[in-house]
Design a protein around this ligand. Structure first.
Ligand code: C2E
Ligand code: MG
Ligand code: MG
Ligand code: MG
Length: 290
């Protein structure tokens, strides 16, 4: 009896595994065609300065709208692209598109920055630095308006090698940040060796900020530690007033999240930027009512 149940359970399990694998293989095969068809594009999520209450920039987030599979999220397709090597093509697209947008927005909002997620495999590619320099040159982007996001684990593995690569990126003039901070190694001692500009508190700590005293303590500790290392802190996943109040109270520098705006298409973010850019001269006079 028990044996039969066990066997049925095993069959059910392997069937499920099979389905997961089949989707994985199908997505892997569909990606190349998807890229050729222009199904991959960037969304942009605004980031706000919590002290000056000004828009500072946006994080570029990749989307895949597949004719075959519908909307596929990056949490699903990025790991697949990483394992099959397709991330090199995708990463190039993301870098170029992000830079081209940054150039466009810089023309009416000087200094607006665009943050780009860099995957581990992309970063470890021997010609990553070369590609970076090339994209900067070809797109004419102001390097200081570009921020590259790396996760903790990507930074920490091969730490010695990475320090040199990160220093080279700094010399190019781009900004560097650590994404999803608090979920990886969290080796605070190591942090001081890396030439980074900012830390992004992972949204899992922000989610329960007001109801979970442990998460509140962690977020608070990250902010004060980052500030004593002269790093900027960005909170991700801010969804409500209470979370925002907490972060403003603790002098968190910047935030992004649904509270401000969800990620949006490039042309929508252009409208958003125009809405929040302050006219510095008389070329854009405020209309007077009445
Ligand atoms: P991430 O870099 O930590 O990006 C933040 C994620 O949080 C995004 O999910 C964003 O849509 C979501 N988010 C923003 N505000 C809120 C909020 O208030 N509440 C909640 N619940 N979520 C919020 P998304 O766009 O699905 O991206 C997921 C992950 O996929 C990213 O996490 C990043 O690790 C990866 N990813 C996205 N685009 C790229 C890319 O171009 N290259 C690489 N290598 N990875 C990417
Ligand atoms: Mg990110
Ligand atoms: Mg993150
Ligand atoms: Mg993430």
């Amino acid at each position: 009896q028990a044996k039969r149940e066990g066997k049925a359970g095993y069959q059910f399990f392997s069937q499920e595994m099979n389905q997961v694998n089949m989707r994985r293989v199908a997505l892997e095969n569909g990606m190349r065609q998807g890229l050729a068809r222009g199904e991959f594009y960037l969304y942009f999520q605004p980031q706000w300065d919590l002290k000056t209450l000004r828009l500072t920039g946006a994080e570029a987030l990749l989307r895949w709208h597949s004719a075959e599979f519908g909307l596929v999220g990056p949490d699903e397709f990025i790991p697949i692209a990483e394992s099959c090597g397709f991330i090199f093509d995708l990463g190039d697209l993301v870098l170029r598109e992000a830079c081209l947008h940054a150039v466009q927005w810089d023309s009416f909002f000087p200094g607006l920055k665009v943050a780009v997620n860099i995957s581990g495999r992309q970063f470890r590619q021997p010609d990553f630095l070369e590609t970076m320099a090339c994209v900067i040159k070809e797109t004419g982007v102001r390097p200081s308006s570009l921020e590259l996001e790396f996760t903790e684990s990507v930074i920490m593995e091969r730490a010695e090698k990475n320090i040199h690569a990160l220093q080279a990126l700094k010399r190019m003039g781009v900004k560097l940040s650590i994404d999803d901070f608090g979920t990886g190694y969290s080796s605070l001692n190591y942090l001081k060796h890396f030439p980074i500009d900012a830390i992004k508190i992972d949204r899992s700590f922000i989610a329960e900020l007001v109801t979970d005293s442990d998460d509140a303590a962690i977020a608070e500790a990250i902010i004060s530690m980052a500030h004593s290392l002269k790093l900027k802190v960005i909170a991700e996943g801010v969804e409500n007033d209470a979370q925002l109040d907490f972060l403003v109270d603790r002098c968190c520098d910047e935030a992004q999240g649904f509270y401000f705006a969800p990620p949006m298409a490039g042309e929508d973010f252009t409208g958003y930027v125009k809405r929040f850019s302050e006219p510095e001269d008389q070329s854009k006079p405020l209309s007077v009512a009445g």
